[in-house]
Design a protein around this ligand. Structure first.
Ligand code: FAD
Length: 512
């Protein structure tokens, strides 16, 4: 009976109805196993997850059901059930801050919303924080604050530990301790490698896998997977816990400067002087950005200058602070207060990125390209462009070696660079395609000019990349080949390539 059912379903495999049936079967099985941890359209838990995405593009997708695990073993049980049912695809969601559609949500599949896995515990000597993979950085900082220690994590507290760390992670503390991922001492992860061989399904001739188990990976145990997870995103498994090395930390100094766009030359010169300094101040955390409102056709410069010691007006920012400003403020505050940003209203969002060698002249050219590409574009309901520049000092990159390396492929020998995050936010979903097209055009022009001048670095920061970019390939051929080998070893049936379609995939960026 089962045989006939399977064959008839497989014969429709190319139709949406077949997929619908598989997902129905999958969700029913998950519900049987995991009870109320599985929710369906219209139920409060389902709506809570759907309403928690940062972008409208993600919130607009409708999974067949949503799993909200409360213990890591729920993830294992779910993944083994899902894996055994053809056509049942799934998405892994942390705090849902990746903007592109389908990165952490899925139409008609199963979304695993990890946010219930958010426990925090500090080792007795306060050197290692263990945190559930679904936690937000604010939850982490609130927990750590009384202990006067912190970890390298997101600057906005609403962002998730999971996505940020698996993609690299730029923290206020990065110049001092490296990428967030460089500070992971152990991952607890659900991979397919551990599944026990259970038998061959007589009908589909596919391997049926029994219950998955969780494994820890670190510098001495499965060190290849440990390194791959430091930049390899969701290509290898579902991470259920991160153990993060801590650093001593008290209050910080936080300055904001807003400048008229006519001040762009001195602002960009100050930024470039800070970025290109061979003695980059490791306490400096700087973001300089152009903001453009398509309705008012107004550009403005917005700078966030954080110093991770309680020193008001630190010398490193003196040149920037001296530029005439429309407004400026400087305060000493805790990381908890700084990271506790208000959520933005539901909007469409887009990220895209590139990395450059420092040059104030070229940054001025970037502005000219942006202005000529974006100036007259004004979709229904308006749109805001936010083009941010962030230092990538070589000293920050040298920390990778302390925990066995990462796969990001940016080397200290390349010298200091800076990352551009081109983002856009707009209310009207009907404009999505055209906004994407305009952003691509601006990015393409900027990259081509930078390349011609020898200022373009190959690195595309995964957490800032647009869906049409190839950040994994940007890590370089050696790292990419390494990632493919690790994938074949720990995920021999390519579950995390084929059945987790969202995010940047090795299989899409190159043949596995
Ligand atoms: C407002 C805002 C502020 C930001 N600030 C910073 C910043 O300071 N520094 C920085 O480096 N980046 C920053 N980012 C970028 C951020 O790192 C990425 O958007 C990141 O993907 C968000 O992680 P998340 O868990 O919230 O997102 P999600 O959308 O939930 O997940 C992102 C990706 O990671 C995967 N993933 C998540 N959790 C797991 C897991 N446990 N196991 C396997 N895969 C998983 C998902 O499948 C998805 O593909 C910011 C983004 C926003 C929107």
């Amino acid at each position: 009976m089962k045989f006939i059912w399977t064959v008839s379903v497989l014969s429709w495999a190319s139709t949406g109805r077949a997929v619908e049936l598989e997902v129905g079967t999958c969700c029913a099985r998950l519900h049987q196993e995991l009870g109320t941890k599985i929710s369906f359209l219209g139920q409060p838990a389902y709506n809570a997850t759907e309403n928690s995405y940062w972008s409208l593009q993600e919130a607009g997708l409708k999974p067949g059901c949503i799993l909200r695990p409360s213990v890591p073993q729920d993830v294992s049980r779910a993944v083994s059930i899902i894996a055994a049912i053809d056509g049942c695809n799934f998405a892994i969601k942390g705090q849902g801050h990746a903007p592109a559609a389908g990165f952490a949500n899925i139409d008609g599949g199963v979304t695993i919303d990890m946010t219930g896995l958010n426990t925090t515990s500090l080792s007795p000597d306060r050197s290692v924080l263990s945190v559930g993979a679904g936690a937000s950085w604010l939850q982490v900082y609130q927990y750590l604050d009384p202990f006067n220690v912190s970890v390298a994590g997101g600057r906005n507290g609403l962002v998730g530990v999971g996505g940020l760390t698996l993609g690299g992670g730029i923290s206020h503390f990065s110049p001092r301790v490296g990428w967030a991922c460089d500070n992971v001492v152990n991952f607890e992860v659900q991979v397919s490698f551990h599944w026990q061989f259970h038998g061959i399904n007589a009908d589909s001739k596919k391997v049926v896998l029994a219950d998955g188990t969780l494994t820890n990976v670190n510098e001495t145990w499965r060190s290849d997977l440990y390194r791959a997870l430091k930049g390899g995103a969701n290509n290898f498994g579902v991470v259920t816990r991160f153990d993060l090395g801590t650093l001593s930390q008290g209050n910080l100094s936080v300055s904001s400067f807003v400048n008229d766009i006519s001040q762009r030359r001195p602002v960009l010169q100050a930024f470039t002087d800070i970025v290109s300094s061979p003695n980059f101040d490791v306490y400096a955390s700087l973001v300089v950005g152009f903001l453009y409102n398509s309705s008012s056709k107004a550009w403005v410069i917005s700078n966030s200058a954080v110093y991770t010691r309680p020193v008001l007006h630190p010398p490193v920012f003196a040149e920037l602070a001296a530029v005439p400003s429309i407004s400026n403020s400087s305060r000493i505050m805790s990381l908890v207060s700084l990271a506790n940003e208000a959520p933005t209203p539901p909007l469409n969002w887009l990220f895209a990125t590139a990395t450059f060698q420092p040059s104030a002249e070229f940054m001025l050219e970037i502005f000219d390209i942006l202005n000529s590409t974006l100036y007259s574009f004004n979709p229904q309901g308006g749109l805001v462009w936010d083009i941010a520049f962030e230092p990538l000092p070589s000293g920050m990159l040298s920390h990778a070696t302390k925990t066995g390396g990462n796969v990001l492929g940016v080397q200290p020998e390349e010298g200091n660079s800076y990352i551009m995050l081109l983002s856009a936010l707009w209310p009207d979903s009907a404009s999505n395609l055209v906004v994407e097209k305009v952003s691509q055009q601006a990015l393409f022009t900027i990259e081509s000019r930078a390349k011609a001048k020898g200022l373009l670095r190959k690195f595309q920061y995964l957490n800032y990349a647009a869906w049409y970019q190839t950040p994994l390939a940007s890590y370089g051929a050696d790292n990419f080949e390494f990632l493919k080998r690790v994938s074949s070893k720990y995920d021999p049936f390519a579950l995390f390539q084929n059945r987790v379609p969202g995010g940047f995939k090795l299989a899409k960026e190159g043949q596995l």
